[in-house]
Design a protein around this ligand. Structure first.
Ligand code: ATP
Length: 773
């Protein structure tokens, strides 16, 4: 039992604990100790590259002041603005998706139409034009990314996943990243690289949400103060979650898939209120995209109207399945797991190699690399179909809506490319020398049988898989959904062909197996289940196949998990994003909080510090939080809270709180700062101590830190198991926890009933007790 009066929480709202490791400083300003000696490996890995977010509310004086000044209309205004922003995120992301699709489809359409017109006269000139057009588009993309928005490279999903897990990667949510992502995606996808635009759309949605949340971009003077009420990372986290869902909803026209993607794949914290808002945003996206499609259907959007948005309607295909098909379906799941895990591993190795040897050499090397991959991709996709023999057009039902042949660049199957007769088609060109969406539509195609030879499918699978692995990690915006769907649908179709051959009696459709293959590869690589399942159903309009899709996803995920982690987790780890899993590691059960900070020398600051000492602390380490200590009445050291580096920098820069005396300041401090002064824009580098210039005279002044600190940081006793600390940290989204000696006195005990307060502040305990009798 704990007893005694030896300095435990004293009931004035501050965490006042006897702090055994503090230097027993006397006088005005005891110099803090040097930087922490522990965990050097972690330090080296993460410090500087990424920073944690403050999901905890810093209840400093400015916060309390602002709370006190809020009128009764503030809460309704706040809620209304959140819903309004959810609407804007939906509209913004939907419009961005339409713009990207419109541009990509038109660039691809013009490219194929022009190339096809030229190859009627000369294949060589056609080939040159084709590779030059692709090169120009890819160059524009890599140039934008390397020169203007480096954080726009890749899909952005690992970084957003990190953000929602509490880790801020510099640059990922800036305005220029948004612009770079949109225009970079157009170039990289339009340029025919083996990548997609869906991951980038998730990032785009997140950027739009974050910029709205912070009231615009101050740097580009595109901001407004009246909407700057989301001042905590916690509020912005919710908006970014809406943005991610909107991205998927827009990319696939799959609103429910978007909600589930946010829930399953990217967020670490989820609340029922958030579900509502995310659902609303996805619904808005669906409406915006639908309206655009209706408008474009009338032919006002050039090639976009014909090529369309991602939606591969495979209605008309197989609607039922027999139990004999479960074996081939399971085989597809296993292949998906194996190829997906291999894809993750290969991309991991190549990305590591790139970072170590290639990208360090500068932007020119990155540009050269992307251009080289573009040349290889264009050559492969043009030359390989030339080596295939064309086949005669099949007999098609007149009302099937399908024509044979089709020139590339127009919507449909059976591309006529390098064929000697007009009524022939080239099966490899149908999937290789075509835009991605059309290629997938052709692979999923339900109404055409035996359209592709096994040889063409195997050639495409090997080449496209290799290209996707090599392209992953280049300095362009790149998503992995569409390449995954193309790879998976190829081997799915191959399995389908075998089933048609061996189970002749079954009414099997190859296109259906292509769909199952696509699901299995995505499951094997990304390891999503529920969201992928719903996305696949939504994009193919085929509910009958739900049980089969569920089966392949479960198998492919299980097989993949046996070998390695999911693609996004692997990439996050490689980028140095310290994601916290939902569960602690087993080893943590045998460790306690003290073990985690062994040999650590805590860097603290006294309540009233000399400016020069604060500067010296900030220069000597990169920590972002410092305990503040005060000398108690009996001379003992008391910890009165935690101050953030960013807040110290604000105070040093503004200088208004500097004082001549080393004594606590009086009430005159109030109203010098708004809470918003302390808010750092998301993913910006923020201020650095090197940016702050102080005169010798200013360095000799003092600063009372008490009004600016977080007086109630989370505290755990040193012998609490590390697993418990982990759960607390993870579930509350904390950034710092103080580890203290076992407390010696308890001033109270709070239970569930003490927290059931009425609006007037009275406890509902009595009422509860009376009802329970
Ligand atoms: P984050 O990086 O999550 O934003 P931070 O910057 O405050 O938080 P780091 O400096 O990255 O924390 O932490 C690196 C190591 O330094 C950790 O082991 C941590 O326990 C330790 N550490 C952090 N703050 C202090 C401090 N004030 N005194 C001593 N050690 C610290």
């Amino acid at each position: 039992m704990l007893s005694g009066d030896q300095g435990l929480p004293d009931g004035i709202g501050m965490a006042r604990l006897a702090w055994s490791r503090l230097p027993t400083a006397d006088g005005a300003a005891p110099l803090p100790e040097g930087p922490a000696a522990s965990a050097p490996a972690q330090d080296e890995l993460f410090v500087g590259a990424v920073e944690s977010l403050d999901y905890e509310v810093i209840e400093n004086y400015a916060y309390r002041e602002e709370q006190a000044q809020r009128s009764k209309f503030w809460v309704p205004y706040y809620i209304m603005l959140k819903w309004f922003f959810a609407l804007l995120i939906g509209v913004g992301t939907g419009l961005a998706a339409i713009f990207i699709n419109l541009a990509v489809e038109n660039f691809s359409g013009w490219k194929f139409t022009l190339t096809f017109a030229i190859i009627q006269h000369s294949y060589f000139v056609g080939f040159l034009v084709y590779i030059l057009l692709n090169l120009a588009l890819v160059f524009s993309s890599v140039y934008i990314v390397t020169q203007f928005a480096p954080a726009a490279a890749g899909s952005g999903i690992p970084e957003i996943k990190g953000y929602l897990n509490g880790v801020d990667t510099h640059g990922i949510l800036l305005f220029r990243t948004l612009v770079g992502k949109i225009f970079g995606s157009i170039g990289s996808v339009g340029g025919g690289l083996a990548l997609g635009k869906e991951g980038p759309l998730v990032h785009t949605g997140a950027c739009i949400a974050s910029l709205l949340g912070q009231g615009g971009s101050a740097k580009y003077h595109l901001n407004s103060r009246w909407v700057q009420i989301f001042e905590s990372d916690r509020d912005r986290r919710d908006l970014v979650t809406c943005g991610c869902a909107a991205g998927v909803a827009a990319a696939f026209r799959a609103p429910v898939g978007g909600v589930l993607f946010a829930l399953e794949e990217v967020t670490s914290w989820w609340r029922s209120h958030l579900m509502w808002r995310v659902f609303f945003t996805s619904a808005v996206v669906a409406v915006v995209v639908r309206s655009a499609m209706n408008w474009c259907d009338s032919g006002k959007c050039g090639h976009f109207g014909a090529g369309g948005f991602i939606i591969w309607d495979i209605s008309g295909g197989q609607e039922d399945y027999s139990y004999q098909e479960l074996l081939p379906v399971a085989i597809i799941g296993v292949i998906g797991g194996l190829l997906g895990a291999l894809f993750n591993q290969l991309t991991l190795y190549i990305t590591k190699w790139r970072r170590t040897y290639l990208h360090k050499k500068g932007k020119r090397v990155q540009i050269f690399e992307a251009c080289l991959i573009s040349l290889i991709t264009s050559t492969v996709s043009f030359v390989l179909p030339l080596l295939r023999k064309c086949s005669p057009c099949p007999e098609l039902e007149t009302n099937s809506g399908i024509q044979c042949p089709h020139p590339p660049g127009t919507d449909g199957n059976f591309v006529n490319f390098y064929c000697s007769k007009d009524n022939e088609y080239n099966d490899l060109a149908t999937i290789f020398f075509n835009s991605q969406d059309d290629a997938i539509r052709n692979l999923f195609s339900a109404k055409t049988f035996h359209e592709y030879s096994a040889q063409s499918l195997i050639t495409f699978l090997v080449m496209f898989y290799s290209l996707a692995v090599v392209t992953f990690g280049t300095a362009v915006p790149a998503g992995q959904f569409v390449p995954g769907i193309m790879i998976g649908s190829t081997y799915g179709r191959l399995v389908g062909m075998s089933v048609v051959k061996f189970y002749k009696k079954l009414n099997v459709d190859e296109g259906t197996y292509a769909l199952l293959g696509a699901a299995s590869f995505l499951g094997g690589s990304m390891r999503m289940t529920v969201s992928l399942c719903v996305i696949m159903v939504e994009i193919t309009n085929n509910l009958q196949l739900l049980p089969l899709i569920m089966l392949v996803l479960l198998i492919s995920k299980a097989v993949g998990d046996f070998f390695n982690e999911g693609l996004y987790e692997e990439q996050a780890r490689l980028k140095g994003i310290p994601l916290l899993d939902s569960r602690p590691k087993q080893v943590m059960r045998n460790m306690n909080a003290k073990d985690a900070c062994k040999n650590q020398k805590v860097v603290c600051l006294p309540r009233v510090s000399r400016v020069v000492d604060i500067v010296s602390v900030l220069q000597s380490n990169k920590h972002n939080g410092f305990p503040i200590v005060e000398r108690g009445q009996n001379g003992e050291s008391l910890v009165i809270g935690l101050i953030l580096r960013s807040h110290l920098l604000v105070l040093l820069q503004s200088k208004v709180d500097f004082q001549n005396t080393p004594f606590p300041c009086g009430p005159g401090i109030l109203n010098r700062h708004n809470f918003s002064d302390f808010v750092k824009p998301a993913s910006s580098k923020g201020k650095s101590i090197d940016d702050i210039h102080l005169t010798d005279e200013e360095l000799g002044l003092y600063l009372d830190l008490a009004p600016f600190l977080n007086p109630s940081p989370y505290i755990v006793p040193e012998d609490m198991s590390l697993a418990k600390v982990y759960n607390l940290f993870r579930q509350l989204g904390l950034r710092h926890i103080f580890v203290v000696p076992r407390p010696s006195r308890v001033v109270g005990l709070i239970t569930r009933k003490d927290l059931l307060l009425e609006e007037d502040g009275n406890t509902a305990t009595t009422e509860l007790q009376s009802t329970s009798v």
